[in-house]
Design a protein. Structure first.
Length: 311
């Protein structure tokens, strides 16, 4: 659909200057949230909006201090942004690996979810000389076409790097009904791993957008486009460990959230250290809501996402 330049400017002003969320803009203009996302992308492509990143570690430290001050988060690590998203993600993964190497100690119980950011973290980690540790898969698998990004492989690889015991969740992250979920979580292996998620010292998680073009659950075939639209209408801005959450970081009362197999949402929030890794301005709404809701205690992100969160 062709839209006038005046309309594009109006939408850009609402989002970048007036701080309307994409969901609020969609509601006001009777559009879908993915349509709003595409309009904002068009604004950048046509030069209506320019996002400029100042280079230098002092700028990253400034953004980090502002985020900590505004949201009360324990730690914020910010990497530079550039034209190559994969390079940014690799840099963030390297920072996450360094952070993990500093905080993982003897006797710790560690949870890990799935995703490309966590793959980069594990990929960048070196062997650690720790003992008596455990690695627990936080959520069922995606059955992804790239299994190295899935929770089972990530948990297994991390356990090798720290000589830890490994507890997998050998089931899908999302099932078709509550009845199927209840049947699976009663199985001995699945039940035992889920019990271990209630006694973790640290968790490493990704923060994902609910945009159907970017959602891992949609790409893996677990969520239909209709179900995704339902989550967006309910106010979902992101998901963590499979759970869709709203603008205040609250878990939404959605049927899909009740069919997730993984750590309980409230148990996740009770883990002493919760490290969230997410990069890209398109994840800013998900990051901001997670910070507001106290879903994470440490954030690892890039400058473009940090700017949008603070904007």
């Amino acid at each position: 659909m062709n839209r006038s330049r005046e309309f594009l400017v109006e939408i850009a002003r609402k989002y970048y200057m007036d701080e309307f969320s994409q969901q609020e803009i969609a509601k006001e203009y009777n559009l879908s949230r993915p349509t709003v996302s595409n309009i904002l992308k068009q604004c950048r492509e046509e030069g209506i909006v320019e996002i400029r990143i100042r280079e230098g570690s002092s700028f990253s430290r400034e953004l980090s201090e502002r985020l900590r001050g505004r949201f009360g988060v324990r730690e914020v690590i910010i990497v530079p942004s550039n034209e190559d998203p994969s390079a940014v993600l690799n840099r963030a993964g390297a920072e996450a690996a360094a952070f993990a190497s500093d905080v993982i100690n003897d006797g710790m119980k560690i949870g890990i979810a799935w995703g490309t950011s966590l793959f980069q973290m594990v990929h960048n980690m070196k062997q650690l000389n720790v003992v008596d540790t455990e690695v627990v898969q936080l959520m069922g698998g995606l059955g992804a076409s790239n299994p190295q990004y899935d929770g089972a492989d990530l948990a297994r690889e991390l356990s090798k790097l720290i000589n830890a015991k490994y507890y997998p969740l050998q089931c899908p992250v999302l099932v078709k009904s509550i009845e199927v979920k209840e049947m699976l979580v009663s199985e001995n292996g699945i039940r035992d791993t889920l019990l271990r998620t209630g006694d973790l010292d640290i968790a490493f998680v990704g923060l994902s957008s609910n945009d159907p073009d970017k959602s891992a659950l949609v790409k893996a075939g677990f969520l239909s486009l209709e179900e995704t639209e339902e989550t967006l209408r309910a106010g979902a801005v992101g998901h963590i460990c499979g759970y869709s959450y709203g603008e205040e970081g609250e878990m939404l009362e959605l049927p899909v959230n009740r069919r997730i197999i993984g750590i309980d949402f409230e148990k996740l929030k009770s883990i002493p250290e919760r490290v969230g890794i997410a990069c890209g301005a398109e994840k800013a709404d998900a990051i901001k809501a997670a910070l507001k809701g106290g879903l994470i205690t440490t954030l690892i992100t890039d400058e473009s996402a940090a700017l949008r969160v603070l904007g």
